[in-house]
Design a binder for this molecule. Structure first.
Ligand code: BES
Ligand code: ZN
Length: 398
């Protein structure tokens, strides 16, 4: 049994804890003391913060090194949590202690029921497992998709070109594809906007991360599986010429693995441009299934919105025929993916996941996270769930 250990490291503002001597490219981080063991090769001169945490200066290389070691050696998921620069030390520490952040307030999803079966079935009839798997294959053919490498930049450009080819193929005027820049990294997030007929209504957002760690990281399950879901949904929405009332956004986040850096900038883009958001779905690892996970869908219940999660479970029952015992919950116990960026800014997010926490793909973040770790049948359930989510929440024109 793998224990969920909270090994969190925090990223603080220069202003808060700006040390006097800072080498170029280094930033101040809060790191759990136990993780200093990965830095015997380097004198970090840690400053004690309290019994468990130290403050150190880390470069992008150091962060990658830390992230890899936490996963490989400690066999723990998670490693660290990047926290908003503006957060104060005390706020950060409160978050570590509670490490939950589930939004449980009632909202519009508490009473919402599925309403558009015809349009959902129409989309389902076009979704193709083989097309989906082809995207996973193509994404995992890059040597890596790291935010720090030229491969990662090329992967991001390839994704954007592919999306632009859809726009040309279907002559869609209501489709925009654009980059959102990532601070400190060359890899940019990609946003696809399908404008609805009532753009004043709050929008629907679906996302997955494009990046991996560096050097021989196919990242098929983590997270070609989730980002390919977006490709397949976008492609078939265009093909069926589905007209929704609401704007829908599909986001391929850059630089997730280095601390949710891309999604932080994307959420800021939405805030800065006053784009109101109805609901966000995160798709990160949907492809790996041990025997007891098959046919089931799991929902992350921390850093997500409870009512939206219950609503999405309803969609899984209605449109995927899931029974109560095929729908299970899990917790990451830390801000494990991009959904946390939305939740932290008050946007309702849901995060369907491949398995229980003890059963997730043991090969993520290694060279073994290849297409062969991905079950097409398992992953395809999430393609359908995402499809039902877009149609139901995006609201087709009458
Ligand atoms: N896909 C993982 C998160 C994950 C792994 C969720 C296993 C549930 C089970 C994600 O890409 C990742 O690796 N996240 C980082 C944290 C992030 C803040 C850098 C991690 O878990 O180390
Ligand atoms: Zn991931």
């Amino acid at each position: 049994m793998r224990f969920i250990k909270l090994s969190i490291f925090f990223f603080l503002s220069n202003i808060l804890i700006l040390p006097n001597l800072m080498a170029i490219g280094e930033k101040a981080y809060l790191v759990q003391k136990k993780h200093l063991k990965y830095f015997t090769h380097k004198n970090l001169s840690p400053k004690t913060v309290d019994a468990d945490f130290v403050r150190v200066l880390l470069s992008a290389n150091d962060i990658e090194h830390l992230s890899k070691n936490i996963h490989f050696d400690d066999h723990q998921c998670g490693g660290f949590m990047a926290v908003d620069e503006e957060a104060s030390l005390e706020q950060l520490k409160r978050e570590i202690k509670t490490a939950k952040l589930t939004e449980t307030a009632e909202n519009e999803f508490s009473t919402l029921e599925p309403r558009f079966p015809t349009q959902v079935q129409q989309l389902f009839s076009q979704l193709q497992q083989e097309d989906y798997i082809n995207y996973v294959r193509q994404l995992s053919q890059f040597n890596d998709r790291s935010a720090r490498t030229q491969n990662g930049v090329q992967a991001s450009e390839w994704i954007k070109e592919k999306l632009e080819s859809f726009k040309l193929e279907f002559h869609r005027e209501n489709m925009d594809v654009f980059f959102v820049e990532t601070p400190r990294y060359n890899q940019k997030s990609i946003v696809v906007k399908l404008s609805g007929s009532k753009s004043n209504l709050p929008a629907v957002v679906l996302g997955g991360h494009m990046d991996t760690l560096s050097s021989n990281k196919p990242g098929a399950d983590d997270d070609a599986s989730g980002s390919s879901t977006l490709f397949e949904i976008i492609h078939k929405l265009l093909k069926t010429n589905t007209q929704l009332q609401r704007d829908t956004y599909f986001i391929f986040y850059a630089a997730e693995e280095v601390g949710l850096v891309g999604s932080k900038a994307v959420v800021e883009y939405f805030s800065n441009n006053n784009i109101s958001v109805r609901a966000v779905m995160q798709l990160d690892m949907t492809g790996y299934a041990v025997e007891r996970s098959k046919g089931k869908i799991f929902f992350v219940t921390d850093y997500t919105n409870n009512a939206l999660t219950l609503y999405t479970k309803k969609l899984a029952k209605t449109y995927l025929g899931k029974t109560d015992n095929q729908i299970l919950d899990l917790r990451c116990n830390y801000a494990c993916s991009d959904h946390a960026r939305w939740t932290n800014k008050g946007f309702p997010a849901v995060f369907p996941f491949e398995s229980l926490f003890q059963d997730y793909n043991p090969d993520i973040h290694t060279s073994r996270d290849t297409l062969s770790t991905v079950s097409a049948e398992h992953a395809f359930q999430f393609v359908k769930l995402a499809g039902a989510f877009v149609i139901e929440l995006g609201e087709p024109n009458k």
